[in-house]
Design a protein around this ligand. Structure first.
Ligand SMILES: Cc1cc2nc3c(=O)[nH]c(=O)nc-3n(C[C@H](O)[C@H](O)[C@H](O)COP(=O)(O)O)c2cc1C
Length: 260
């Protein structure tokens, strides 16, 4: 086991990119992916243990709390949490702090994963994907510098009421939204969507993906489809797609990525 461990959930690659940037700044770090049950659960004897994950509907991704409860972390290591979000960080860090008390936490804004829903120029601040990416990399470098010197947060992360309400509705909304997936004639039946789905919710039938409702809305399928053949509702039909340029689909499926 490396000196440092970062547990990472990522749907479209932003959080894995952030985790890799932080790991690069720290050196000797294992990134343990949390899209499925984590391959490593006992990190009590590491020096630093971090968590990098996106805000989904005001909270941490569905299923992540269960994975966090499997981990043995405290009392030894220094702990840190980073949430990536488009417009507001939500209650994910507070949820994490309730399960694993954090020494340090922060948010990194990266709106590009929402490009399938609305153009970047309509988001606040209106950034091009390149600028959003640059800002995210700079903030990750700052996190690495802070974590390296064991910087402490002066208060616990907050859980605003609006986000708590939004977050509590998400477990019911996410599977319903999955009913809106559709596939166009551009599909070549490569099966990448099925391989990427962390819930095994996509089955290839007759060379075409079929979607069930066991969906956490990570949107890896939609964003990594090489033919842009997957839509969710009408909104995505005319929109662009985004996946982080520094992360491959194969990396998202890794259990553990070591960074020297
Ligand atoms: C289903 C879903 C819900 C989201 N909900 C929020 C939200 O409530 N607030 C927010 O600021 N960003 C939200 N986002 C944006 C992501 O948190 C953000 O783009 C993040 O960088 C994605 O990280 P990833 O690429 O590692 O998956 C949402 C994204 C998805 C896919």
């Amino acid at each position: 086991m490396s000196k440092n461990v970062i547990f990472c959930f990522s749907g479209t690659g932003n959080c894995l990119d952030i985790a890799k940037n932080i790991a690069g700044g720290l050196g000797d770090t294992d990134i343990v992916m949390m899209r499925r049950a984590p391959a490593v659960t006992d990190v009590r004897f590491c020096e630093r243990v971090g968590f990098v994950f996106p805000c989904h509907a005001g909270r941490m991704p569905l299923g992540m709390e269960e994975s966090l409860r499997m981990l043995s972390v405290k009392p030894n290591p220094y702990t840190f949490g980073v949430v990536s979000y488009a417009g507001y960080p939500g209650i994910g860090l507070a949820q994490l702090n309730d399960i694993i008390p954090l020494d340090y936490w922060t948010g990194i804004s990266h709106q590009s994963a929402c490009i399938w829903l609305m153009p970047h120029t309509l988001m606040f601040p209106p950034l091009t994907p390149e600028k959003a990416q640059k800002r995210s990399a700079e903030l990750a470098a700052q996190v690495a510098a802070d974590v390296k010197v064991f910087k402490k947060a002066d208060k616990a992360p907050s859980a605003p009421l609006f986000n708590r309400i939004e977050a509590s509705a998400w477990p019911k909304i996410a599977p319903k939204k999955a009913e809106d997936f559709s596939v166009t004639g551009k599909c070549i039946g490569c099966g990448q969507c099925a391989r990427l789905c962390p819930k095994g919710n996509i089955r290839m039938i007759g060379g075409r993906p079929e979607f069930g409702t066991d969906c956490i809305q990570c949107l890896s399928c939609l964003q990594f489809c090489p033919r842009r053949a997957i839509n969710i509702g009408a909104a995505s039909e005319t929109r662009e797609r985004w996946h982080n340029p520094n992360v491959t689909a194969d990396e998202l499926n890794e259990k553990l990525i070591h960074i020297d």
